[in-house]
Design a protein around this ligand. Sequence first.
Ligand code: ADP
Ligand code: MG
Length: 256
Amino acid sequence: MGAPILEIRGVSKRFGKLAAVDDLSLSVQTGAIFGIIGPNGAGKSTLFNLVSGVSRPDSGEILFDGVDVAGWHSDAIARAGIGRTFQNLRLFGYLSARENVMIGGHARLKATLFDSLLNTPRARREERAALSRADELLARFDLAADADRFARNLPYGGQRRLEIARALAGQPQLLLLDEPAAGANAAEKRALVDLVRAINAAGTTVVLIEHDMGVVMELCHRIAVLDYGVKIAEGDGAEVRANPRVIEAYLGTPDA
Ligand code: ADP
Ligand code: MG
């Protein structure tokens, strides 16, 4: 693990009166699997939206590899090397699984629209490479047999894996996973843990939002806990689990 790949400094995002993310700072080391947990509504997905350029912070800095990307367009952030999945999947239902992955890789292509229209050698070469990379990814995610099916016709577990494959197709240095184990059974969760480990071992830093504490504890080197947009704790699994503020945030205070 080296220098921070992601440094969030004093970031805030308000929706009307609600501070969904409130003066939040955290730092993710290169090579880590970093966990973000917290009750529903804590601001976890909003934070991912800010980091991935889906929405703009009201204030603060988001340093990716030392460059402040706060407020950049989501396409520019994807090109810079941040990939993400969405808690509510964003697949193209009426495109095949393979096409969904190829679209995920689109940000990496060098060929211009002009190249594509003229079907230049560069466009053809890139198209072939993108196709074979998409098929490799589909195989890795156990989706080879589903490559030609509409995404909407895949079982839910397959759609969740496809969402990750699509994010990886852009070859991100930093991958943000928003509740990838949601709705998964025990066997699917085990497979997911192995997959995330393999992605990380291949050199991708991972930030993981996840409710399943077993998955979080098994995977994450470090964990931040959010509640009402504020970071209430940070540390390794044992430290976070023993923190009274964390226990209170999850269990609530006893009714008077
Ligand atoms: P989490 O992912 O931790 O469950 P979210 O980041 O989705 O939480 O939401 C944090 C808070 O911000 C919630 O109270 C939610 O209702 C609110 N919120 C999120 N997105 C919007 C939005 N686009 N407009 C208004 N309120 C929002
Ligand atoms: Mg969320």
